[in-house]
Design a protein around this ligand. Sequence first.
Ligand code: CUA
Length: 486
Amino acid sequence: MHRVSKLPFSLRTALLLIAPVAAGLLAACTPDNNQSTFGTAGPVASDQADLFIFIFWIAAVVFVLVEGAIIYASIRYRRRSNSDKLPYQTHGNDKLEITWTIIPVLILLAIAIPTLTDIWEQQNGAPTDKGEVLNVEAIGHQWWFEFRYPDHEVITANELHIPVNRPVGFKLESEDVIHSFWVPKIAGKVDMVPLNDNYLWMMGDEVGEYYGQCAEFCGIAHAHMRFRVIVDTEEDFNAWIAGMHTASDPPAAGSAEASGKNLFAGNCSSCHTANSTTPGSYAQEISSQQARWNGWVSDIENSGIVSAPNLTHFGTRSTLAAGVKDLNQESLIEWITDPSTIKIGTRMQDHAAIYNTADGKAKLADAEISDIAAYLLSLKPGSGAMGETAAISSGDTLDGPELFATNCAACHSTGDDKIVGPGLAGVGDRAANRVDGLDADEYLEQSLREPDAFIVDEFTAGLMPSWEKLGDDSIDALITYLKTLK
Ligand code: CUA
């Protein structure tokens, strides 16, 4: 102990600094760490880990032999203090040279065979002999992950459900960023690149929730690009898919959720869809995403819309903001109030009209934000009494805010902000005085049925479709809702 205390100060400091860093790095080797590649939960990751261990031991043996030879030679043949004699000079030993050429060739061959086998098995698409392949399209965005299940017409974000022991074939795409898609315990990692589809397959062989992580520096939010993979039993997975096709129960009149639903329709629904449960909603969401992208890319500085996660059954998720926070009322309020405190670089704050304030915080009262959070957390599969098809023909769709969110919000804000069309705050009052001989109801009805009949100055004819197809009752419900916008 006496000796240790005599270590020079700088060395002790260095040890004190290095020890926690080394401990931190070694913690990643703990198999049960969430992001450790050693505790694997699927064949792709375990083949990759086995290959790593195999190469590691070969490298370790080479290291010990080479370093041992160097240490032995430098001690055995070191210069003696009392001798000026040159050692025996040699070059061109054929036996030695052939030996140290052949040994590395054999080592590299031993490494190449399993490496190429693994690459071959893992790069050739999902194997069909391990069970029915589930197809998923994973799309990178700034700054979130979108997941589409084309076979099931389900669309979601940041939390991916897959069935246990079934191969999942991924098509990896990206809209506007290069992420590296990685689920350390199950498979990884392949880049998501714009305009160039990549493919990856994985299979989870243990039910559980696994961490996903962007593994490549992609920009300001790189450190916050997480996602979750939930490996379900086949039964739970089917229930999840069925749930994604079951509408949420409408909130009780007068509840916080009902107020939140209206506020969401008015302030959030231009970018976020929250009701993709009906047949046809999958295709509609894909075209809405495209429209949001087109709207954003055509005017990146000023666009009021931007690609955004689909929030259908958001209340069933366990995380917020691409896996960064646990999802609860408190974290959701924090997120809606000032999203960049949770995720720097979020485009929501740059583009959504409600953040167009001096300090960038939402221009909503605390109670309003709390209501929106309550509404979002209430988004879960409903009782199913009004199943997929019933919801379309029943009174459910005669909900004005819902009709507005589904059909109008992509182009119209409920405030003063222009998106594609005019902001609709106070539209009822304006409508009453727009055309002589037409009252507000008549003006609004004609504008919905025949949009080009009256075009407001500065806006272009031919963009708005006729909403005749919604039917008389829905048009009435929409007009009633529009007149409430102040
Ligand atoms: Cu995406 Cu780092």
